[in-house]
Design a protein around this ligand. Structure first.
Ligand code: GDP
Ligand code: MG
Length: 441
């Protein structure tokens, strides 16, 4: 799966001190393969990778982010931008009624289903929709729309079975005008493949009714192929937007990215199931998240940015370089972690960690434990914090009393700390780069 691959790519970057050109290039080489494998159009991938490369190399690495997080953030931002983040996706129905919305696309994409979903949504918005069956080639298609209409209690225009689709649409328009319907939803015919007869018919409907919205219905499961199809529809019909269906399955998301990037037309809705209420407004940021599939990386990044004062981080780094890793720096770090929210919620946001925690049956270091550690260190004298070796038996007893803990708790903390210190020493032998990476984490 795409998300696992990204995870693997970024694991390599985790813990590195700086975002160098080499890091970015290596990560992006794999990002590129991953996207291609997810059925994203190759031209789209090329542009995307170039954009990320340009932004990543030479950009300031935030002290609060690891290089991995930094690259994730840029990749995520660019994915969002590519899918039209921040654009207005709302339907444009600002015209004198009845306004027509035309749905088109290949057979089985979900046109008829989406017509029903759209009608339900519009009625909730206090509009009066009329469903129009313009797919006359399969009797079952008209019947399908009628069934949906009955189910939703939304009228379906009653046409003669052998009428021309363009005539049906015109008649439906007159009918709507005379019966107080303000919105026409046109369910047009599809084919397994594009052919001229179908296209000509759709163009004639467009000329007859001038629909305010012409939405291409794309099946998210079809991947790469959809790009050619949507381009041809757009060339003849000048689409106003896209409905991406069947995202409730394990579609890889490549279609969304490609369709939006190739046509430049906004994705307005996504279909998330067969039921009539399974239609949602498209959110570029959520789609980027889906494609990345990396836990709630973004909120982790936001939290880190908000909580960690850059000067504070610099001060701590300096202190650590001077004094080494002491109980004092240890406490500073704990406080920083606390500022960022509970340890547990923080760890859960890191990709993979949430699942690992579930498997392990919870965290070893809950907030209660953190408070205890803080209390113990707080009961030490500054000298003891600088040099833990001073802390003999009687001092331990005093610290335990002062912090309202047991002497075993003090012993355990000192043991943990000594282990951490040993690890730190090893890291420090890696030089300033290794230290910085550690701080970043
Ligand atoms: P049309 O030929 O384009 O009109 O496609 P239909 O509306 O008849 O849909 C074809 C099939 O896809 C039907 O079985 C629908 O229930 C199903 N379908 C449509 N949209 C979705 C969706 O968003 N999710 C899922 N899981 N199925 C969908
Ligand atoms: Mg249909």
């Amino acid at each position: 799966q795409l998300s696992d691959k990204f995870d693997a790519v970024f694991k390599k970057l985790r813990g590195q001190g700086r975002l160098t050109e080499a890091h970015v290039t290596e990560a992006l080489r794999e990002v590129r393969l991953v996207l291609l494998e997810a059925d994203v159009n190759f031209k789209v991938v090329k542009d995307f990778v170039a954009a990320v490369q340009q932004r990543a190399v030479g950009s300031d690495v935030l002290k609060s982010l690891t290089p991995a997080q930094q690259v994730i953030k840029i990749v995520r931002d660019e994915l969002g931008r590519l899918m039209g983040e921040g654009e207005d996706n709302a339907l444009d129905l600002a015209a004198s009624p009845p306004v027509a919305i035309m749905l088109c696309g290949l057979q089985g994409a979900g046109k008829t289903t989406s017509c029903g979903k759209l009608a339900l949504r519009l009625r909730k918005d206090k509009r009066q929709p009329l469903l129009v069956p313009a797919d006359v080639y399969r009797p079952a298609a008209i019947e399908q729309l009628k069934t949906l209409g009955r189910q939703l209690d939304i009228p379906v225009f009653d046409s003669a079975a052998d009428a021309d689709p363009v005539d049906i649409c015109r008649q439906a328009q007159d009918y709507a005008r005379n019966h107080g319907f303000d919105t026409l939803i046109l369910d047009t015919a599809g084919r397994l493949h594009i052919d001229d007869t179908l296209m000509d018919e759709l163009v004639r409907i467009r000329m007859a009714l001038s629909p305010r919205e012409i939405l291409f219905v794309a099946d998210a499961m079809t991947g790469q192929d959809v790009v050619n199809v949507v381009e041809q529809f757009d060339a003849r019909l000048d689409l106003s937007g896209v409905i991406l269906t069947k995202l409730d399955g394990d579609a890889r998301g490549g279609a969304a990215l490609s369709v939006r990037a190739v046509t430049g037309k906004p994705i307005k809705f996504v279909g998330l199931g067969e039921k009539m209420d399974a239609l949602e407004v498209f959110h570029a940021d959520r789609m980027a998240q889906r494609i990345l599939g990396m836990g709630d990386v973004l909120s982790l990044i936001e939290k880190a940015e908000a909580a960690i004062d850059k000067d504070e981080a610099a001060r701590m780094e300096k202190k650590m370089r001077q004094d080494g890793f002491t109980l004092e720096t240890f406490r500073d770090q704990l406080q920083m972690v606390k500022k960022m929210g509970s340890m547990e919620s923080l760890l859960k946001m890191i990709p993979g960690v949430g699942q690992a925690m579930k498997k392990a049956g919870g965290m070893q270091l809950p907030d209660k434990e953190l408070k205890k550690i803080e209390a113990i260190i707080g009961s030490m004298t500054p000298l003891e914090r600088q040099n833990h070796k001073l802390i003999n038996g009687s001092r331990r007893l005093r610290i335990a009393k002062g912090s309202g803990t047991r002497i075993q708790d003090v012993n355990q903390l000192l043991k943990r700390f000594t282990e951490a210190q040993k690890m730190m020493k090893k890291m420090q032998q890696l030089g300033p780069k290794g230290l910085k990476g550690l701080m970043g984490r």
